[in-house]
Design a protein around this ligand. Sequence first.
Ligand code: NI
Length: 193
Amino acid sequence: MTDLDANTVEADVILVAHGHSDHIGDTMAIAKRTGALVVTTVEIVGYLNSLGLANLHGMQPGSDHDFDFGRVKLTPAIHGSSIEIDGKPFTLGLATGILITADEQTFYHIGDTALYSDMKLIGEFNDIDLAFIPIGDNFTMGPEDAAKWLMAKKVVPIHYKTFPIIEQDPAQFTKLLADGVGYVPEIGETIEL
Ligand code: NI
């Protein structure tokens, strides 16, 4: 678990890949307190707007937009994007990955997804310095699929210890990668590009 606190964390921009509670998390509380811009799908923007947030930017998979901090592309992800509203589940558009290019560095948060072939193209068309890739299995790719199409100079495994059903050993995953590519940061560690 992170030691970040939604009541004190600072943010200029919040990027939300899809609506599941372990991703949208404390977006509402943090954005309200900090005034951070929230970038996500048009459907989630509509939902957050209905709750009173106004500093929002809606996009869809496959599109790019230039912001003052850099360029954002939402990529496809094969995954759900449901959210609980008043105790009932609603699907809010498509799940996404997020590709960010800023200061000549490119970061790819692949999002929660199955392995899919466009991932290979995204790696070929973009010089990706760092990628976050899910390895938890059951809800996303497992370690073997996650290791299949490497597209980044550095790869950080994510989405594997949130619940018992997605428990994985990240060292087993990084062993499947070329030497020096996999990296498992400590909780709370900052990665600089
Ligand atoms: Ni999810």
